[in-house]
Design a protein around this ligand. Sequence first.
Ligand code: 8X3
Length: 257
Amino acid sequence: MVSIKDKIVLITGASSGIGAACAHVFAREGAALILAARRFERLQSVAEKLQRTFNSKINLLKMDVSDRTQVESILSSLPAPWHEVDILINNAGLSRGLDKLYEGDIQDWEEMIDTNIKGLLYITRFLVPGMVSRGRGHIVNLGSIAGHQTYTGGNVYCATKAAVRALSEGLKLDLLGTPIRVSSVDPGLVETEFSQVRFRGDNRRAAKVYQGMNPLTAEDVAEIVLFCATRPPHVNLSEILVLPTDQSSATMVDRKN
Ligand code: 8X3
């Protein structure tokens, strides 16, 4: 395992779920964190806990990745040395609804496309040139099994994750000849607020997604992100599809009740 102590790690969507779990494991390994999210109070409570436990250096950004002007102005005002991001974890993302495409809510589509694709692009476009000029860096994108297999009602969400997959591949191609690494970590069912967000707070419907099966936890995924980031410099884990043992495809899930 290569040390990431004092490396600067920027995590989007860090106020909860996989983002907050990544913050925890990277703080545990001694990284300096830039945590970004829209929900600033939740971000503060994540940061306070990490500072208490690991005495971490943390910079918080109240940022909506889908707002290009905001992304550019906030990232350009990062003080030295914080702007020298070593590891970018593009985690911010969401799903909205499971409607048939021809009945879908266009506002839901905009939100998913703006966050999952355009948000990832804005941050990446801003930070990767610095990585190239410094000759070091790693981008880890959070994809999904939904980018590999489309499921009923998944239409636009699946399309955004297929786009993330294509963007990870495209970025790796474009960075060939540099030492910058690109990884895509693509989980199946992970029990986070993901389904509550998808179903807009319908907790019963959200709970059914994980009913009778043993889903991944945010921590399971965060440890895999850390594993990608701590390989020797010549090792690029390009794509990792990670499923719960109780899941074998986007739609095949073994439920005990
Ligand atoms: C989250 C996994 O299967 O609910 O991206 O789309 S799934």
